[in-house]
Design a protein around this ligand. Structure first.
Ligand code: ZN
Length: 148
């Protein structure tokens, strides 16, 4: 378990240091802002969906702690090429994982690195901020998301 934990930590540190899909899209079909006042994490998420609701482009920027940034980075990497239904299913699985409800970690792929977050309840909002923002973007929400 400790080897696994070290691996997880390494992935999170790497994504914090070199976030994937960090920046903005030229043409976004969906966009939302998210804020986690508890920690101060801010995110803007942009998506570009095609006619079949498949994620063709995704990007985020903002300021936040290592967990929030790494979570957004791994999320964007995971969602490319997935459709809206997959995204919703992953949101649920990820939420179950970080809130300690367990679930199917195999289906989560790299997202499973955030399993340890469930031991730190205060970090759950950091890890899920990007996902709540994703949901808002897909719903075309016009008001920013807050985890509070
Ligand atoms: Zn945070």
């Amino acid at each position: 378990m400790s080897d696994l934990r070290e691996l997880y930590q390494a992935v999170i540190l790497d994504h914090n240091k070199r976030p994937r899909n960090f920046g903005t899209l030229d043409e976004a079909t969906h966009e939302a802002h998210g804020h986690n006042p508890l920690c101060g994490d801010m995110i803007r998420l942009q998506l570009s969906l095609d006619d079949a609701d498949v994620v063709q482009g995704i990007a985020f920027d903002g300021e936040g702690c290592a967990i929030s940034k790494a979570s957004a980075s791994v999320m964007t990497e995971t969602l490319k090429g997935r459709d809206r239904t997959d995204a919703e299913a992953l949101f649920q699985r990820f939420h179950d994982l970080v809130t300690g409800k367990g679930g199917d970690t195999d289906a989560l792929g790299k997202l499973a690195v955030f399993a340890g977050v469930s031991e730190f309840p205060i970090r759950v909002k950091c890890a899920t901020l990007a996902w709540h923002t994703l949901r808002a973007a897909l719903a075309d929400a016009t008001t920013p998301v807050s985890t509070e």
